[in-house]
Every structure is written in structure tokens, then in C-alpha cells.
Write a protein that binds this ligand. Sequence first.
Ligand SMILES: [Ca+2]
Length: 520
Amino acid sequence: MHSPTRRQFLVYAGAGAAALTLPRWLQAAEKMWPGYKPNVILILTDDQGYGDLACTGNPVIKTPNIDRFYGEAVRFTDFHVSPTCSPTRASLMTGRHEFKSGVTHTILERERMSLKATTFPQLLKAAGYATGIFGKWHLGDEADRRPDKRGFDETFIHGAGGIGQTYAGSCGDAPGNKYFDPVILHNGVFEKTQGYCTDVFFAQASKWIEEKKGKQPFFAEITPNAPHGPLVCPEQYEKMYADKVDANVAKFYGMITNIDENVGRLVAKLKEWAIEKDTLVIFMTDNGSATGSRVFNAGMRGAKGSAHNGGTRVPAFWRWPGTLQPGDRGQLAAHLDIFPTLAELAGAAIPDEVRARLDGFSLVPVLADAKASWPDRYLVTHVGRWARGKAADSQYANCSIRRGPYLMVSRGGPNAWDLYDLKSDPGQAKDIAAQHPDVVKELAAIYDKWWAEVLPCLENEDAVGPAVNPFKELYWKQYGGPGPNNAPLTPQRLQGDGPVRDGGPGGERRLPDGPPPEGR
Ligand SMILES: [Ca+2]
């Protein structure tokens, strides 16, 4: 199934293309290309920003395993995602801006990815891959929206955007669920697990990988809900930071150090199983930092929920020993690119009509060669989260557009753009719009065209969710009656027993309908 010549192709593709004549082995390798299917593991953590790692400069946090991983990986230094949870996950799954799949929020039915969307796991599955997701999905909790209907044949997930969250409508987890010993929906049936959530997700992913290895190429997506709020952390990790930072950051960093240990264990397993050279592992996160940016933000402006650079720039480390030479890549890359990249590596066919709609580009040439040519692309960020019915009025609310060194950020309203040159001013201290009216005009025109394209795609804006969260209904069907905390089954519980809060009950930040304040 696995041929080493495919790996050699990747290593030398760049050099080979530049040579006057192809070496004989490379010509042979090209013939092998369609048959080689690497395993892929995508680790996507929740609310961890670019600066929440020691290897990216954080002076406090301890992440020795991810630091080692970083040293062995191709590192994208200008890699962007959307500014919050569901939007990033929708873009990742579809290779298209999340608005094109109807995702404009993290709750209120607006986190549901369009049923018309094609996901890359669907294509990988068709190409012979086993596909599994372990952790957070957050693209719709109803039966027809869950990952088993969107390309995953193994699903081990919590509901909503975090363990224990619940909102009016469809978005909600099992009632009363907790970070320790969580109840997890495993292939449609709830399981009572033991241990801390992140440990549970990684352990289950490892178990599944061990079952699949050598039999079938696999794609495993590991999506811990950590370090998203509520900040619940095993005591020994929190203690590491208790005298260094405030209590919330200590928990947040502790949750990340726990993730780090899980990453270390997983990589060690791949080595033990002798599959690490056949397995690409990607480590990335889903938005800017939610809690750590006030300690260290890698010199950026903005954090989770912001259209500034710090809201969207995240770590993206790609480790594939023997194939990818460790090193930095400065190309402007994004979550949108993962769809075409993994489809290409997997030899998965992308239907023409799907390919024509992609916003992403395959990173394969760039992975092989730091100097590979790369499109002069633009990236649009829009935080969304407008009040119900206000989409059409929100064209210039909390948005930005990036092209080359320029990041243009809206102050709200037409013709109200600030322009920054991230190359000379990475902290966005100086607005240079007045000095570059041509750049502002060009980017504003691209932005307006983009908005006109996405506005008709917002299919969830007026959606009304079910009276009871589907996860609750399923839980009560399986276990009967009230939830595990024995709370009575009141009409209020059936309607959703928590406030509309992104961090869940006890979460450290509230995100109402409007955009969150910058820098939180
Ligand atoms: Ca997130």
C-alpha cells in the first residue's frame, strides 16, 4: 500500500522541477504517485493562539513535546483561520469561506454547515481512507448534520461548541456534561468515559489508529475542546503556572501543557508502531488566543473574535519524517488550503464542480519547496455574529481583507478602512491608508465583490431550531429521564438550561449576538 518512492517525490519535487532533466528515479516515482496514500492526523486545538506555545516565543508556557514536533516540521509562519470556532471548522471541511456554507456564528443554528457542502473527508473516504473524528465537531448537532453524515466513518464527539454547553435550538451537549469523565457520543451511542476530556479524545484516537494501521490508510482528526472555556484543568498542570500568571491563564496554560503531553504520547506511538514515516501529522489551532494573549501574543494585535492579525494567525506545523524537510514557510496560507492539499496527497479525486468553487490552493508544492511559486491571493475575514436579521446591514462590521503584506481592517461602514503593512509593522501600530489610496481602493473593490458573492449563501439566518437539543433528546432516550446530575426534567431544561454564552456555563468570556470586544 505504501511506497517510499512517493515520499521521495515530495522531498525532491522542487529540486526536480528546477533541474534541466529529471533524474531517472524521479520519473519512476511520478508513476508511483497515484498509488501512495499517506496516513494523516490533523490535531486542531480550540482557542489556542499563535503565542500560546514555547516554540513560538511564549516565555511562560511549557510545551516540550510540541516544541520538538515544531523542530521536526514544516512551519507555516503566516497561516490563517477564521476568528472563531465553527467558522474555522466549516472552512477547513469545505475549502471555502465559511459564509458560503451558511456558517456565520457559533450558535443560534448559524453554526450549522450547509448540507449542500462537500467535505474533504468525504473525498478521502471515497479514495479508500478510514476517517475518524475525536472531540469537537460544532457544525451542527442534529442527526443529519453530524460528522457521520459528513464524511467520517468513526465519530467520537461531544455536542455544541464545548462539553456541557447548551443553547436554545439544536446546539447543545449531553445534559450536565463535564470535562472529567465526560459522556461522549460514539458512533451514535453515548459512552460514559473516564478521565479528563483531552486525555479521553487522544486515547480513543490512538486506539482507533492502532486498529486501522497497516490495513487501510487513515485520516484522524483530533479536536480537543481544550483550552476553550470553561477553564477546567487537571490540578497538576494548573499548579505549574499558579505563581507565574493569574488564575485563569494558569488553567488555560495548564490545559495546553496537558495537550502537549498527549501530542508527545501520540507521536511516540506512531514511532513504536513504525508508521511515523507514513503519517503526516498536522498541528494547528482554530482561532486567536482566547485567554493567553494578555500574557504573550507574539507581537500581534487582536485575539479570538477579532478581524485583526491576532484573531486569525495561528500555528500550523506539518510533520512527516523522511518526506518533509523541517523549515519555515512564509507563504500566505490558510485553513482553506487543507482541503485541496489533503485531497492531492491522498490521491482523492475532487469533482470538477467542487474544485471550481474552492477558495483554497494545494500546499503540496510549498511543502516540498520553500521557494515554490504561490498565488498572490487575498483572504477575507468577517467575524459574523451579527444580531438576527442584520446580515445585510453588517457588510463592514468586524471585517478585514489581507493581500501580500497589507491587512485592511474596517472601522465599520463603507469607505472606513485602516491599512497596515504587516511586514514593517507586525503589531499594526500605524494606519497607512492615506499613503496608499490605490491599495485601499483595490482591496475595497475585492471585498465588496466578495460580500455580494457570500450574501445569498447565508441560509441559516432565519432558521428556527428544535425545541429540545438533539443531544439531550438522544441522551434521555438512551438513559431515560433527567440528566446525570438528577436535575428534574423541567420545561426550562427542555428549552436549554444555560444562558447563551460561548464559553458555556462558567465560561470566562461572554459572546453576545454582537461581536466581542477586541483583544479578549
Ligand atoms: Ca475556538
